[in-house]
Design a protein around this ligand. Structure first.
Ligand SMILES: [Fe+2]
Length: 253
């Protein structure tokens, strides 16, 4: 099947954006059936999500201690034979619940492409070099104030086969476990000023412009370290983690 051009996708994206604007507020969450993102048409769930009993699921809540996660795992530029290629970056931020309280001791995992836009994955056949000094995976625990911090390499944009000449804006995948299994959040962090934002159906699948912008990190010159790395700040709010039943295990409410 012949792939459609970027202009076809652009037109679909702007038609949906216009319709959303006319209808009022956009959606905060990505549309799971967002036609410009072609594979979402067949892949999105068509039935109601399976409900779980929150009390039952909480009996097996994930728990991570500082013994499970080595602090060195938050630095993606070390642990190999040499230094990876690319722009060294510091990415940090605060994880809070819907009321601004720090979410402490939570597992934050990231994965990303290398500076050339290539993942260490057999299905990634992008014609860009693999970097023997970069695996693109890291993790850390949030501290008492809810802060996480990674040292990494700025990922490159990469092509994908959604349409002809489709490129993803540079991004880092994030996973947060929250405080029980039903709260796991998986999302992507983007870099400010990326020219691919308007053309990317994954980014645009969130139809509320403010919600989209919340996925974009801020460049922070105070975080930047001389002769070493540029700094980006990105805060994460786990809405819903302050649900009543998580506050008291024996609550019947
Ligand atoms: Fe990706």
């Amino acid at each position: 099947m012949e792939l459609e051009t970027q202009s076809v996708i652009d037109a679909e994206i702007s038609a949906i954006a216009q319709a959303t604007e006319q209808a009022g507020a956009g959606e905060l969450q990505p549309h799971v059936d967002y036609p410009p993102y072609r594979s979402s048409i067949l892949r999105h769930p068509t039935k109601d999500l399976r409900h779980t009993d929150p009390e039952t699921i909480e009996r097996w809540a994930p728990c991570f201690s500082h013994r499970d996660v080595d602090p060195l795992e938050s630095d993606l530029t070390i642990g190999q034979r040499g230094e990876p290629v690319g722009e060294r970056i510091i990415v940090t931020g605060r994880v809070t619940d819907g009321e601004g309280r720090p979410v402490r001791n939570q597992l934050v995992e990231i994965w990303q492409a290398n500076a050339g836009g290539r993942y260490v994955h057999k299905r990634d056949q992008h014609h860009a070099a693999l970097d023997p000094n970069f695996t693109g995976a890291g993790r850390c625990l949030t501290d008492d104030e809810g802060n996480y911090r990674f040292v990494s390499i700025k990922p490159g944009p990469y092509p994908w086969k959604n349409h002809l000449n489709a490129w993803r804006p540079a991004h880092i995948h994030f996973s947060l476990f929250g405080t029980d299994f039903t709260q796991r959040l998986v999302t992507q962090m983007y870099f400010p000023g990326d020219p691919l934002f308007s053309r990317d159906p994954i980014y645009q699948a969130i139809t509320d412009p403010k919600a989209r912008e919340m996925l974009v990190a801020t460049y922070d010159h105070d975080l930047t370290q001389p002769e070493w790395a540029t700094g980006y700040r990105w805060d994460i709010v786990l809405t819903g983690s302050n649900r009543t039943y998580t506050e008291s295990e024996d609550s019947d409410l």
